[in-house]
Design a binder for this molecule. Structure first.
Ligand SMILES: Cc1ncc(COP(=O)(O)O)c(C=O)c1O
Length: 394
């Protein structure tokens, strides 16, 4: 039975929403239709807001400890969804996945050492190590004839020298929505383990596999993987609670875990804020599972709508069908525009704010990333505007 209404309009302007309230600052026009930063325009589900509200009704917000069921709710959720038996002591709260990446870089990568990334990929994978004065080594993904991507193991072997200490993996992959297969992950684990490279497996999109695809946690593919990885996860993308800031790390290996947990504890970064466990427990529940399923079916419908619309009306723009999450990687190269021409087409001509592909690094040129987690009617309006704009330059 359909319980949740994803067609319900929610006015997010004036709520401190990055997606809406930073349009002037980021794109120079507050009236653009925002289809960029990766949160959803769907209301955070009522069982989460009710749980938060119940705590707000007690109007004293002093120092807190997490409720005992906090870590159990994460363990059960991961086991039920992904079959991974996470032990309690492998887990820690972390204050955000990007912050987790920054912390891991500081703990494990010396100033003269390097971090490998596989662009096009979520831009903080590059910016966070660079901002911390670590060198970044590129192993670009290979684009296959059908528009899908593979990891380039030959190039990885060529670029990974003995200064490479870490590889950051987007699993599933943002921006192309790839659910990595077991063989690829196991091969990556073999390579990294043999070179003493720590794999940061960012699994923030893991609960949003689409069309029957199945997410495989990196740590579960082999003993080598478990021995060399730190996994980061969160309910923030799936349940639209990024603003609450509730994330976790999972480290099966004793030695890696001891070092990371010691550093987290020394800086008290492992201590959740009051609302993080409350929102997480409410999300990782039976109601959460029902909401997640209904949300994903709606997102699949949106992605199908975008594919049909582009094929029929804007054949110059070819969307890659994501295997996970709500981000659609648009191949716009047939428009024959350079970077400025492409951004101007979307922003100035069509009045749309998308993420421009170049920000995701090598291989992103000529692409745009569209956030499909919005009302179907908004997508229709956006694509109508894009069709007219493309029509004017044909
Ligand atoms: C792959 C990936 N990792 C991390 C994040 C952000 O996580 P957080 O808000 O916990 O830093 C995003 C958000 O778009 C993402 O796509």
């Amino acid at each position: 039975m359909q319980i949740y209404d994803f067609d319900k309009p929610v006015d997010r302007r004036g709520t401190g929403s990055l997606k809406y309230d930073a349009l002037q600052e980021r794109y120079g026009n507050p009236r653009l239709l925002p289809l960029w930063v990766a949160d959803m325009d769907f209301e955070t589900p009522p069982f989460i807001t009710d749980a938060l509200r119940r705590r707000l009704d007690h109007s004293l917000f002093g120092y807190t400890v997490e409720p005992p069921e906090y870590f159990d709710s994460i363990i059960k959720w991961i086991y039920d969804r992904h079959g991974w038996n996470v032990k309690r002591d492998w887990l820690s709260f972390i204050p955000g996945v990007v912050k987790g990446i920054g912390m891991a870089v500081n703990v494990f990568v010396k100033e003269d050492e390097k971090v490998i990334i596989q662009p096009p990929v979520y831009h903080p994978f590059r910016l966070t190590p660079l901002g911390n004065k670590r060198k970044v080594v590129m192993n670009p993904l290979k684009r296959n004839g059908d528009g899908t991507y593979s990891m380039d193991f030959d190039n990885l072997a060529a670029v990974a020298d003995d200064k490479c200490r870490m590889l950051i993996l987007s699993n599933p992959h943002n921006p192309a929505g790839i659910v990595w297969d077991r063989d690829t992950l196991a091969r990556l684990a073999r390579f990294c383990h043999s070179r003493n490279i720590i794999v940061i497996s960012d699994e923030i999109h893991c609960d949003m596999a689409l069309w029957g695809n199945r997410h495989i946690p990196f740590a579960t593919v082999s003993e080598e993987a478990a021995a060399c990885c730190i996994t980061f996860g969160a309910p923030s993308k799936t349940f639209n609670i990024a603003g609450i800031v509730s994330s976790y790390s999972i480290i099966p290996d004793d030695r890696l875990r001891a070092r990371f947990h010691e550093w987290l504890a020394a800086n008290e970064f492992n201590e959740p804020t009051l609302f993080a466990p409350i929102a997480t427990i409410a999300a990782f529940s039976q109601e959460g599972e029902q909401w997640r399923n209904q949300m994903l079916r709606y997102v699949e419908g949106n992605i199908g709508f975008i594919a049909d619309y582009c094929r029929e009306n804007i054949p110059e723009i070819v969307p890659l069908r994501p295997q996970a999450s709500f981000l659609v990687w648009l191949d716009c190269r047939r428009l024959g525009l350079d970077h400025d021409g492409l951004t101007s087409l979307f922003v100035k001509e069509a009045g749309l704010a998308l993420n421009d592909g170049e920000m995701f690094g090598l291989g992103g040129e000529g692409f745009m990333r569209l956030n499909a987690a919005t009302r179907r009617a908004v997508l229709e309006e956006a694509l109508d505007r894009l069709r007219s704009a493309v029509g004017r330059i044909r």
